[in-house]
Design a protein around this ligand. Structure first.
Ligand SMILES: Cc1ncc(COP(=O)(O)O)c(C=O)c1O
Length: 246
């Protein structure tokens, strides 16, 4: 994310944010007082909220990618391509829901569709005709896909992909590339963090770890790993790390 250095938020941002922007731009005691109050609010959030988050959530975050020093980015509101942090900085958002928000934050058409569906049935706990409509769209976008299993996270998706690879090939070994991340289940919690040569976490069962081989992202290393003919699948991030020296 990049700070635009401005306050207020995106094209369909709140009226409040725009009003605050006008007030902040107006010289005088009133504006100064408002800015001071705002700073105190931010201070309260940092002093009070951060320790609370750290007490209740491991690392104070809900996903490892959000860990940051001295404190993680906390967003107050978002609209379109912009987010506003708790300190009021406007940021251009390149994360966009990790890809889920293709149309930006709070796009009116998406918000309207979600509202409409939520009022009809939010979590039916049963099959729903929209599931196959959605699967059809995914298959249209991903020509190699034949059928779709929806998962709640990338971790589940990579877990299922490895199981499928083993079931389809009858082989046991999985090859992954050094530095590539595939979630936090046992089989892929290895070789993702420097020095890329062992488990990334305590508590991994030795048997699980030994069925996964981490290699440098080099064609020669891959050819060597495949030579024995016992590999069920190779998992990699297409947009992952640049090749590392062998
Ligand atoms: C390539 C890849 N696979 C799996 C995951 C794990 O996804 P999740 O955090 O939804 O479990 C990620 C998350 O960043 C990812 O980038």
């Amino acid at each position: 994310m990049i700070s635009t250095g401005r306050k207020g938020i995106g094209p369909w941002g709140s009226r409040c944010a725009r009003k605050r922007l006008r007030i902040a731009g107006r010289p005088g005691l009133k504006a100064l007082r408002r800015l001071l109050v705002r700073r105190l609010l931010v201070l309260r959030l940092l002093v009070l909220r951060l320790p609370v988050a750290r007490r209740l959530l491991p690392g104070g975050v809900t996903h490892d990618v959000r860990l940051a020093e001295p404190f993680p980015l906390a967003v107050a509101r978002a609209g379109g391509s912009r987010k506003q942090d708790l300190d009021g900085h406007e940021l251009i958002c390149y994360v966009l829901g990790h890809g889920a928000l293709l149309l930006g934050h709070g796009h009116p058409a998406v918000v309207a569709a979600v509202r409409e569906q939520a009022a009809r049935s939010f979590h039916p706990g049963a099959c729903h005709e929209l599931e196959s409509d959605w699967a059809e769209l995914v298959i249209r976008l991903v020509p190699s896909a034949e059928r779709v299993r929806f998962t709640s996270s990338g971790t589940e998706a990579s877990l299922l992909a490895l199981r499928l690879a083993r079931a389809a090939t009858g082989r046991g070994k999985i090859v992954k590339l050094a530095g590539h991340f595939h979630g936090w289940h046992d089989q892929v919690a290895t070789g993702a963090d420097p020095p890329f040569d062992g488990p990334d976490s305590a508590g991994l069962p030795p048997g699980t770890a030994s069925s996964v081989v981490t290699i440098p992202a080099q064609p020669a290393a891959l050819a060597a790993a495949l030579a024995a003919g016992d590999v069920a699948g190779v998992i990699l991030e297409p947009s992952g790390c640049p090749p590392r020296p062998a």
